[in-house]
Design a binder for this molecule. Structure first.
Ligand code: IMP
Length: 426
């Protein structure tokens, strides 16, 4: 049995797409189990760059079964556009399976997402405005519409007419125009018919794949610190990007999960609002932002930048069962005099080594750093740990020590070939 869960161990955008793509070369199945097109996974190979949003990263390899599982919220319109975009660039030979139990994102979700954000004013979450939160809210409220409904015109008609009555009242309340049933129905019924050929019970598919010994890679979206349960609530997404959520969101037994690989940048970034204890500004932040191309894949927003935060990483390790790390964008740190890693927070005069639960404490958290010497050398062509400059080796060792994990791989550039494997985990 060989399964691996890849999770973002910070606030998302850690480079999960790159590592999933790299590991996918050995995989038989790649699964997205939560989130939707709020994710943006950038994958580069053969001099080309692809930005995936809701489609799993195994889509480029014809032998891989790509699964969009029940825990996702899928925007059918966007998903079909994404597929068309891939096909236009020659990615035509792929295998895609969509769960009949996944929920769908409809136009009113996007409108409500934007309206709630505006309503919240300076307390806005900074969402991607893709309707993700409102779609998960409908799921919990038992008025969501699922893929199985979408692909059956009769079921879809009933579900949409029931739900739209409620949603139109909500839209009115936030000052938006109500939506017309017929235009949504006719447009989305068509999408349902185009999607139909991909739809199945993906839980059944996954069990049979795992039982027959296939290599299955679960591709996390977002990051543990954006988890609805364990993240920096309320500045989080509306699903759980932890490894613990995978069995539920993919309909598989928990005992099927072997290893959990946490993806983390050699520094930290965050988009959207919310506390960020190790955040830095000024020249150093700009240096890292420009070298790391730290602009959102989905929204193009400049990302906030900070030092590596081992308190947050250690917490992500605990709540997500991470046993290995992949250190990403390590090359970005070349040229800095010194490197800092936060090992604790000082909150109201106390030294704290775990993530506090309240925003108030997090906002008051002063990071305590270990300072290491930087490295000047360009490391983008390094092919092994031994070829790294001594100070870069020291940095990796310190990350392992402070996070109680092993660094199984590190990355020194966007290309598949710029990935250095230290431990075989999949
Ligand atoms: P939502 O998921 O669009 O509701 O956004 C909620 C929060 O999660 C916002 O701070 C977003 O910026 C953040 N977020 C959602 N998806 C991603 C992602 O894939 N990478 C990084 N941040 C994300």
């Amino acid at each position: 049995m060989s399964t691996l869960v890849v999770v973002g161990s910070q606030w998302g955008d850690e480079g999960k797409g790159k590592i999933t793509d790299y590991l996918a070369q050995n995989a038989d199945v790649v699964v997205r189990s939560q989130g939707g097109n709020n994710a943006g996974h950038t994958i580069s190979f053969g001099g080309e760059k692809f930005a995936l949003r809701s489609i799993p990263s195994g889509i480029f390899s014809p032998h891989i079964k790509n699964v969009m599982a029940n825990g996702m919220v899928i925007d059918p319109k966007q998903m079909l556009e994404e597929l068309e975009g891939l096909e236009a660039r020659g990615i035509k030979d792929y295998q895609l399976f969509i769960s009949n139990r996944a929920h769908i994102v409809l136009p009113y979700h996007r409108l409500l997402d934007g309206a709630f954000e505006q309503f919240k004013g300076d307390k806005k979450i900074g969402t991607t405005k893709r309707g993700i939160g409102p779609a998960y809210a409908d799921k919990a409220n038992r008025i969501g519409i699922r893929i199985a409904d979408l692909i059956d015109p009769e079921l879809f008609k009933i579900a949409l007419s029931d739900t739209l009555k409620i949603k139109n009242m909500e839209l009115k309340m936030v000052g938006e125009e109500p939506l017309d049933f017929n235009s949504i129905y006719n447009e989305y019924k068509e999408y349902g018919q185009r999607i139909k050929k991909y739809v199945c019970d993906t839980s059944e598919l996954l069990e049979s794949e795992i039982e027959k010994g296939s290599k299955v890679l679960f591709e996390g979206a977002q990051g543990v610190m954006l988890c609805i349960d364990h993240g920096t609530y309320p500045y989080v997404t509306s699903s759980s990007p932890t490894a613990a959520s995978v069995p539920l969101n993919a309909g598989i037994a928990p005992r099927y999960i072997n290893n959990v690989l946490g993806i983390c940048k050699a520094y930290t970034t965050r988009v959207g609002e919310g506390p960020f204890p190790t955040e830095i500004e000024g020249d150093l932040a700009n240096y890292i932002r420009e070298r790391g191309h730290e602009y959102g894949t989905v929204t193009k927003r400049p990302r906030r930048v900070g030092y590596l935060d081992a308190v947050a990483l250690n917490y992500a390790r605990r709540v997500s069962g991470i046993n290995y790390l992949s250190l990403m964008l390590f090359d970005v740190l070349s040229g800095l005099e010194e490197l800092k890693i936060c090992y604790a927070y000082e909150i109201d005069g106390k030294v704290v080594k775990t993530m506090p639960a309240t925003l108030k404490e997090l906002e008051n958290a002063k990071p305590m750093y270990v300072t290491l010497p930087g490295f000047k050398e360009d490391i983008t062509n390094v092919k092994s740990f031994d070829e790294l400059p001594e100070n870069a080796k020291l940095y990796i060792k310190k990350v392992e020590e402070l996070t109680n994990t092993k660094v199984a791989m590190f990355s020194v550039g966007p290309d598949r070939l710029q990935t250095i494997k230290l431990i075989e985990i999949f």
